[in-house]
Design a protein around this ligand. Structure first.
Ligand SMILES: [Zn+2]
Length: 395
């Protein structure tokens, strides 16, 4: 059903037949051209989320696909050029120099294929101590994904995925995990929360992937071998508390909030499509069907309400929804999910979407604009390796 937030999904569901991928490759090529044109002349700010560094990440990612050599070199040259200004800006702001999606740490993490990669890695490692001390201001929150400690761990995971080895020492990882755990325990105790680890970001107790509990727990789970058994138990208890906050296949943006159906958020940033990555990680580790079942329910809601009007991006747009299907394909091997991802890709280039979706402030942006959409289209062509950008659970 159409609402203020999403288009009606009028596609027939999977009936056992998977159409081909005709046209996706040429859409990728044309969209890359559009993005590279749009980003020309942009300044160095915005981090991986909204600046040219995110476009460079997309181009690096594209260069890993089977491509004719001249095209690969063109993409790599463009990526290097695009990273020059963000690198100059990376360490300027003390507040965000260790931030993953909105600051310096992410820019250094994006650089690993550049000639100066070793230097960038060293800069990245040196940012660890910035994340280490326990939070002095629990209400502001410095544990979340975009600018906080979980983001630093997530950047380290991204580097591990690309380089094939851990870039931080076990002591560095443990120190950051310990700071996140302490902060969550203290907040939960001080505010008398019904779960052992809780966090807030500028006074709001978010649950979703952006700024919220789910991505913090996901990072702790990703590094669970570095946690003490008692702390690991607190992480699992918090995950099980979160899974019980479900309201009919979705999760509220904030702890304790009631979802209004006609206005519900079904985004990667807030709601089921982002929280599902935590349950997927929990399933991969524990093999317990209850976590996979939660992912499948997230997928059903996303099929119903994921044709979002906020644009083509991965944060709160159609490509972000479609990534849930690629995740479910990797978890289950069921072609139904490829079919659903294909239909969402088709919708991205439909007249209905062009006419009815919000105008983009920034066309090239990785999270809200077309760079994330390109990552999705490329992953649709290689679904066995598909991963939501910068948010790996399979590493
Ligand atoms: Zn968003």
């Amino acid at each position: 059903m159409e609402s203020g937030r999403c288009f009606a999904n009028r596609f027939e569901d999977y009936a056992g037949r998977l159409p081909g991928e005709a046209g996706v490759e040429s859409l990728v090529t044309a969209t890359v051209k559009r993005v590279v044109r749009a980003v020309a002349g942009a300044g160095g700010g915005g981090g991986l989320y909204g600046g040219p560094a995110g476009v460079a990440y997309m181009l690096y990612r594209l260069s890993l696909c089977p491509l004719p050599a001249p095209r690969r070199s063109r993409y790599l040259r463009a990526a290097r050029r695009l990273l020059e200004a963000p690198l100059r800006a990376a360490d300027v702001e003390p507040e965000t120099r260790a931030a993953f999606l909105l600051g310096g740490a992410g820019v250094h993490a994006a650089l690993e294929q550049h000639e100066a990669a070793e230097q960038a890695l060293e800069r990245f490692r040196q940012l660890g101590p910035v994340c280490a001390p326990p939070s002095e201001d629990l209400l502001r929150g410095s544990d979340e994904l975009f600018v906080g400690r979980s983001g630093y761990l997530c950047a380290a995971l991204e580097l591990k995925l690309r380089l094939g080895h851990e870039v931080l020492t076990p002591v560095q990882i443990k120190t950051v995990c310990q700071a996140i755990l302490e902060s969550g325990k203290q907040y939960s105790k001080k505010k008398r929360k019904p779960l052992p680890l809780m966090y807030s970001y500028y006074g709001t107790e978010y649950l979703g992937a952006a700024h919220g509990l789910s991505s913090i727990l996901q990072m702790l789970l990703s590094y669970q071998e570095h946690l003490q058994p008692a702390d690991r138990e607190l992480v699992w208890q918090s995950i099980d508390f979160l899974i019980n906050q479900e309201q009919d296949c979705n999760w509220p943006a904030e702890l304790g909030e009631m979802i209004e159906r006609e206005n519900e958020l079904v985004h990667w940033c807030h709601g089921a499509p982002g929280i599902t990555y935590l349950f997927a990680k929990a399933y991969l580790i524990s093999k317990k069907p209850l976590y996979l079942d939660a992912c499948i329910r997230c997928g059903e809601l996303t099929w119903q309400k994921g044709l979002l009007k906020k644009g083509p991006g991965i944060c709160h747009g159609v490509a972000g929804s479609a990534y849930v299907f690629l995740l479910l394909y990797r978890l289950t091997g069921n072609s139904k999910y490829i079919y659903r991802a294909q239909r969402f890709a088709e919708f991205l280039f439909s007249e209905e979407f062009k006419a009815g979706s919000h105008t983009l402030e920034n066309v090239y942006n990785l999270f809200e604009g077309l760079s994330g959409t390109i990552c999705f289209l490329v992953d649709l062509l290689h679904p066995k390796q598909a991963e939501f950008p910068l948010f790996s659970i399979f590493v």
